[in-house]
Design a binder for this molecule. Structure first.
Ligand SMILES: *[C@@H]1O[C@H](CO)[C@@H](O)[C@H](O)[C@H]1NC(C)=O
Ligand SMILES: *[C@@H]1O[C@H](CO)[C@@H](O)[C@H](O)[C@H]1NC(C)=O
Ligand SMILES: *[C@@H]1O[C@H](CO)[C@@H](O)[C@H](O)[C@H]1NC(C)=O
Length: 181
């Protein structure tokens, strides 16, 4: 029996004994969230929290009230930083047109980012926006499903930082800490 064949059999045996493994163990875990309104005349957070109801169900919710409606244009600046253990420094910082995120089907990075939360948010249509913004009970297992389509992704602790900008002014920041194991 060659090596590949024995690995396959080992895999089948594993799945027989631990059939729920891939469903039950979420590989992404939100560890912290912080929302900050930079300009409270423009917007403010009504709530912003993580909640775990049990071992397998943890979600993220937030609501930002917008006081200067409608919004015809916004820019999003995203940063993804791996908390360094000295081995694999990793950092991304991208800026894009938020109205295009919801409309542009051509950009795979934007599509990927948008897909992480779209079904759980009312940021799900093209500009203008005439209402407050919510992310309603975005579960870790959903984010995990989207994420693991794009493996390999290095394990570790990450900080996802976002700045929400209109008319060149940063209005709000949302920072999510998560681990990927
Ligand atoms: C965890 O909570 C969710 C939502 O309340 C529920 O649907 C699920 O069955 C619970 N899972 C376990 C293992 O208790
Ligand atoms: C991206 O880099 C700029 C310039 O260093 C910094 O001001 C900004 O906060 C970074 N954005 C994120 C989301 O970390
Ligand atoms: C956007 O989300 C809202 C609230 O969840 C929902 O009522 C609406 O049908 C969604 N619209 C689209 C175009 O998916």
């Amino acid at each position: 029996m060659n090596f590949q064949c024995s690995m396959m059999i080992a895999g089948v045996i594993y799945l027989m004994f631990f059939p729920m493994h891939s469903v039950e163990s979420s590989r992404i875990d939100f560890t912290n969230i912080k929302c900050t309104s930079v300009n409270k005349e423009f917007s403010d957070f009504e709530y912003c929290f993580l909640k775990a109801t049990n071992r397998t169900y943890k979600y993220l919710s937030l609501k930002v009230r917008l006081y200067k409606l409608p919004i015809h244009q916004f820019t999003v600046n995203l940063g993804l930083h791996k908390r360094s253990n000295g081995l694999m420094p990793f950092s991304q910082n991208v800026t894009f047109d938020g109205c295009k995120m919801v409309a542009d089907v051509g950009n795979p990075v934007l599509l990927f980012l948008f897909a992480l939360f779209k079904p759980y948010s009312n940021i799900n249509h093209s500009c203008p926006y005439t209402h407050d913004i919510i992310v309603d009970k975005l579960p870790t297992h959903f984010v995990n499903q989207q994420f693991t389509r794009y493996v390999p992704f290095p394990e570790g602790d990450y900080v996802f930082n976002s700045n929400w900008i209109t008319n060149g002014k940063n209005r709000a920041t949302v920072r999510v800490h998560f681990s990927f194991t």
